[in-house]
Unconditional design. Structure first.
Length: 190
């Protein structure tokens, strides 16, 4: 179980795996709040797994490597975040290629979905609803989006409501796609 200082696991939860897509990670990394994601997943009893394809996407340029990949690589070294590759000749690889070729999904979405489908009881973290919604419904996967993570963190006192509002505002400023312009607007729609 991944434990972070001051954040306990939700009572009665078993460890499960959550496969992360690039967009969720980059949303929190660009506002220097990767710890919020880790704390929410620890509280839920999830072990965060990043497909190697997603890690490669985060390392696409030297600039993003420093801003986005370094905090993840530090957590991988500490053993709080794990990576997983998709091996040629496996069912996971066949599913991955199906998502990429027939359904036109990106590498990150395809990898996270494929790994989750073939890992019983796992979940997926993705903010590309348009891209993943059909597969999530078809395979009955649990989906976590950026708003889900921010709101869960606030509701479980991992962050304050002010901090949730600040994160939301910064993400919008960085061009992240969120369903509302502010966290307060989001709360009113719940």
């Amino acid at each position: 179980m991944i434990e972070h200082e001051g954040v306990g696991k939700e009572p009665g939860r078993q460890n499960r795996v959550i496969f992360n897509d690039t967009d969720v990670l980059s949303s929190f990394l660009c506002v220097n709040s990767f710890k919020t994601v880790l704390d929410v997943f620890a509280h839920k009893g999830y072990e965060p797994v990043i497909p190697l394809v997603v890690l490669d996407e985060l390392k696409a340029t030297a600039k993003t490597r420093q801003l986005l990949a370094k905090p993840i690589e530090a957590e991988i070294r500490k053993g709080t975040v794990y990576t997983e590759d998709i091996m040629l000749g496996t069912e996971v690889f066949d599913t991955y290629m199906d998502f990429k070729n027939r359904q036109g999904l990106g590498d990150g979405e395809s990898a996270a979905l494929s790994l989750a489908i073939h890992t019983p009881g796992s979940a997926i973290a993705s903010n590309n609803l348009r891209d993943v919604e059909k597969a999530v419904g078809e395979y009955h996967l649990e989906l976590w989006t950026v708003p889900d993570i921010v709101h869960y963190a606030k509701e479980h006192s991992i962050i304050t409501e002010n901090r949730a509002g600040e994160l939301w505002k910064k993400m919008v400023q960085y061009g992240r796609r969120l369903p509302c312009d502010t966290y307060q607007e989001y709360l009113q729609k719940l």
